[in-house]
Design a protein around this ligand. Structure first.
Ligand SMILES: [Mg+2]
Length: 472
């Protein structure tokens, strides 16, 4: 089948205004070509899986063969580079996970607002620290999520400093014709996919509308029925005339049972052709998840199941219903090193565009603050292994990680809240500068107490409470 030719006339062009993020991201996307696929020997090696720009496997160690392009890039959020902010630091930066770190159940974690103020200059040193956001969540336009975050954190969050789980999926828009997009509220993820440039997007609702017997216990609501596309139009007489070339789970499923059924149907189809069944169970199209997190931190006191759980179910049930055949799905997002490399480039551009810092000189240290050891800490530590600069993992106790438990992936530092994380990073950096005092290190404005501490060769006030995993 042609990867570029839809099997049928597409929908009338939707009037989706291209988000400013899309424009901002055009430069960043041009630099993502080094994302790679993590292949295993038992991978089904679906036609496109070997050509993908991502990797994932729940069990295997992270692997990533791509090299970040070293060439300077054009600032993405400003037409011209601003002058250097005299108060901004150039040797370190922060990157934040969102859920369980800054936001929980749609509300800001109290210390998060203060942490943002500290980064924006309200700290004992009077310095501003560049930062970006890197979340596995999604289901909205990036611009919408930034607007939400701006209100929640009482700051201006720009799409130029934001990456969500499905952001890298835009790279696949030109690769596939008809795709199935799963997850999210209503038609939102279809809209997002189309804004990314996907040309022929169908959803589980479209399939259910065409054949209600697909999921016997799922009945579309009147509005769902109305909003779903009519697949049997434009010369398409039956669903088997439609070939799905890839499945993209953009956001968490709102109806796991019917989505599971439909994903499995396509995974076990003859080359993605709807309502067919492969005899060999190795003809299905590639299946991509925007991330692989099994748990995430929501309003409930205990972590909730995320799309990583659905991914595991898909793979398990596929095997159970295909005589033991294995299905290899793929996931973007953390902990993939490629996602952190993507973030590196975004951070470089953000530092240049917003702070006027030279893009050619990356920060010596990036502090990544997260709540999930399996994604945030694992990915940061793996990035640190590979990167030329330091990626320093900080785990907070406000989300998935439960105090008193042993995290499978150890952070460099364990703290209570994101505010502690920010203070720890800033103070650690200031202590470095202090230790370099008189040896050419760049001195930043320090208060008398800090200078006295440095002159005495100590940093007693800068070390947060010692605990497990402490690595000041
Ligand atoms: Mg989180």
């Amino acid at each position: 089948m042609s990867a570029l030719t839809p099997q049928r006339p597409g929908m009338p062009a939707r009037q989706i205004s291209s988000s400013s993020f899309a424009e901002a991201f055009d430069v960043a996307r041009s630099k993502i070509s080094d994302l790679t696929v993590d292949e295993e020997e038992d991978d089904m090696a679906t036609p496109a899986s070997s050509a993908g720009s991502l990797c994932s496997d729940n069990e295997s160690p992270l692997t990533d063969g791509g090299e970040s392009p070293a060439s300077p890039v054009t600032p993405i959020t400003a037409p011209c580079t601003p002058g250097i902010d005299p108060d901004v630091v150039d040797n370190f930066a922060f990157a934040f996970d969102i859920d369980g770190v800054l936001i929980r159940g749609g509300k800001p974690i109290p210390e998060a607002i203060e942490a943002m103020k500290v980064l924006n200059g309200e700290n004992e040193f009077g310095v501003k620290v560049p930062y970006i956001f890197l979340t596995n969540g999604g289901g909205k336009f990036e611009t919408e999520r930034c607007k939400d975050l701006s209100g929640q954190l009482e700051i201006d969050v720009s799409p130029g400093q934001f990456i969500c789980g499905h952001t890298p999926m835009r790279e696949f828009a030109d690769r596939y014709g008809t795709v199935l997009v799963v997850g999210g509220e209503g038609e939102k993820c279809r809209d997002v996919a189309e804004s990314y440039g996907f040309r022929d997007v169908i959803t589980p609702g479209d399939i259910l509308k065409a054949n209600a017997a697909t999921a016997p216990f799922r009945q579309l609501t009147p509005s769902e029925f109305q909003n779903s596309r009519d697949l049997l139009e434009g010369g398409v007489k039956k669903l088997s005339d439609i070939v799905v070339e890839a499945v993209f789970v953009f956001a968490d499923s709102r109806d796991w049972a019917s989505d599971l059924q439909i994903i499995l149907d396509i995974a076990q189809s003859k080359g993605g052709r709807l309502e067919t069944r492969s005899e060999t169970f190795d003809e299905g199209p590639p299946i991509y998840f925007s991330h692989g997190d099994v748990l995430w931190s929501a309003a409930h006191e205990h972590a909730r199941l995320g799309m990583g759980a659905l991914r595991k179910i898909v793979e398990t049930v596929f095997s159970d219903t295909s005589g033991g055949k294995k299905l290899k799905t793929h996931a973007f997002g953390k902990p993939q090193v490629s996602t952190f490399e993507f973030a590196t480039r975004l951070l470089q551009q953000w530092r240049a565009a917003h702070h006027g810092l030279a893009e050619s000189a990356p920060p010596d240290t990036v502090y990544f603050v997260g709540d999930t050891p399996e994604s945030d800490i694992r990915g940061t530590n793996a990035m640190n292994e590979k990167s030329s600069n330091e990626w320093y993992s900080i785990l907070v106790k406000t989300g998935v990680y439960q105090e008193g438990t042993e995290p499978r992936y150890k952070p460099r530092k364990l703290v209570d809240t994101v505010l502690d994380a920010v203070n720890h990073g800033i103070r650690r950096e200031m202590s470095k500068l202090g230790s370099r005092k008189g040896t050419g290190g760049r001195l930043l404005p320090l208060d008398d107490v800090a200078l006295k501490s440095f002159s005495e060769g100590r940093t007693p006030d800068f070390v947060t409470s010692a605990g497990p995993f402490s690595d000041p």
